[in-house]
Write a new protein. Structure first.
Length: 329
């Protein structure tokens, strides 16, 4: 069932995120279909821009890995060989160097575009075939377009399906959820924009190649709590080590990311996003694993918004439960 629900859920979340753009275009006297199409083009443009940045990052990192790996092995040999010889351990460093170089050459292509294509195929598949991934991508675009056009009509139908005695409660929960999600999405966009500039400028001052791509990628990965910033930091640290070795530039990267986490965690996120939707860190990690397993790559991206909706429903259910006569008596 997850393969069926994934494209519809993804389309709904994307339509929700692009709806303010669509409404803004409609207010400027554009037909609803044209406004929906332009909003989708803007959204797809942002997604493809992110992919292009990622490709440029790979094009910078992959040649450096292939160039620096033999140097790393030689440095390790110079440092470790005397210590191993004290214990009469003989290590065939030439075989290790040739084998590692061959493995890297075989598995990591110079063409980052080919590597990106393989990664994109993996994302689109989400556990299915390539054809199913392509069909899902088309289905997401189709559903998203008609959701943008018929958003109000769709929710009018949903409202009619709700019993009259429950409509006030459902409306209250919907408004609460909408407020939470809109605050999260608007806040995250502002935080990502600010942190993209911060990380890009900071890494440029350190002298890291591909600083803009690394900075933007790190800022975007903020949407995946804890894991995202760890991936961005690891890539920046790897880039610094590949370019400069174990020099003072690594300290610069540590300072940039430490200061960035301080600014984002103590100033930007609490004021613009809120207290991270009120979820405990363990609950956040559970949500990432749970929704990632259910819905694949898109489940990881949508774990926090879905958790926000679930949190509203759980809080309401708990309130009703504790106020019930069965609980109190």
């Amino acid at each position: 069932m997850s393969e069926i629900f994934t494209p519809f859920l993804t389309a709904f979340i994307l339509a929700y995120a692009l709806r303010p753009v669509c409404l803004w275009l409609e207010r400027h006297r554009l037909p609803r279909a044209a406004a929906a199409a332009i909003a989708m083009i803007i959204g797809l443009g942002v997604i493809f821009s992110i992919l292009i940045l990622f490709v440029s990052l790979l094009k910078t990192e992959i040649p450096l890995i292939k160039t620096q790996l033999p140097v790393w092995i030689e440095n390790t040999q110079a440092w470790l060989s005397p210590k191993l010889s004290e214990f009469r351990i003989d290590f065939d460093w030439d075989t290790l160097k040739s084998s590692a170089t061959q493995k890297i050459t075989t598995h990591i292509s110079d063409n980052a575009d080919a590597l990106m294509t393989g990664a994109l195929d993996t994302v689109l598949m989400s556990g299915s075939s390539v054809i199913a991934g392509f069909v899902n991508a088309v289905l997401i675009l189709f559903v998203m377009f008609y959701l943008l056009i018929d958003w109000d009509h769709f929710f009018e139908l949903v409202k009619k399906a709700v019993p009259l005695r429950a409509q006030n409660t459902v409306y209250h929960l919907s408004m609460h959820t909408d407020g939470l999600l809109s605050q999260y999405l608007r806040g995250m966009l502002i935080v990502i924009s600010i942190m993209s500039v911060f990380y890009s400028v900071g890494l440029s001052l350190v002298g890291v190649k591909g600083a803009v791509a690394l900075g933007v990628f790190t800022a975007i990965m903020i949407v995946i709590p804890y894991i995202g910033i760890a991936i961005g930091f690891s890539l920046a640290l790897l880039a610094a080590v590949l370019q400069f070795g174990l020099g003072t530039e690594i300290v610069g990267v540590l300072i940039v990311y430490g200061l960035g986490q301080f600014i984002e965690g103590f100033f930007l996120t609490p004021r613009l996003v809120g207290e991270r939707i009120g979820l405990h860190p363990v609950a956040v990690l559970f949500a990432l694993l749970f929704f990632g397993k259910l819905f694949g790559f898109f489940g990881v991206l949508l774990a926090l918004p879905i958790s926000a909706v679930s949190l509203v429903l759980m809080q309401y259910s708990w309130s009703r439960y504790t106020q019930s006569t069965w609980y109190q008596k």
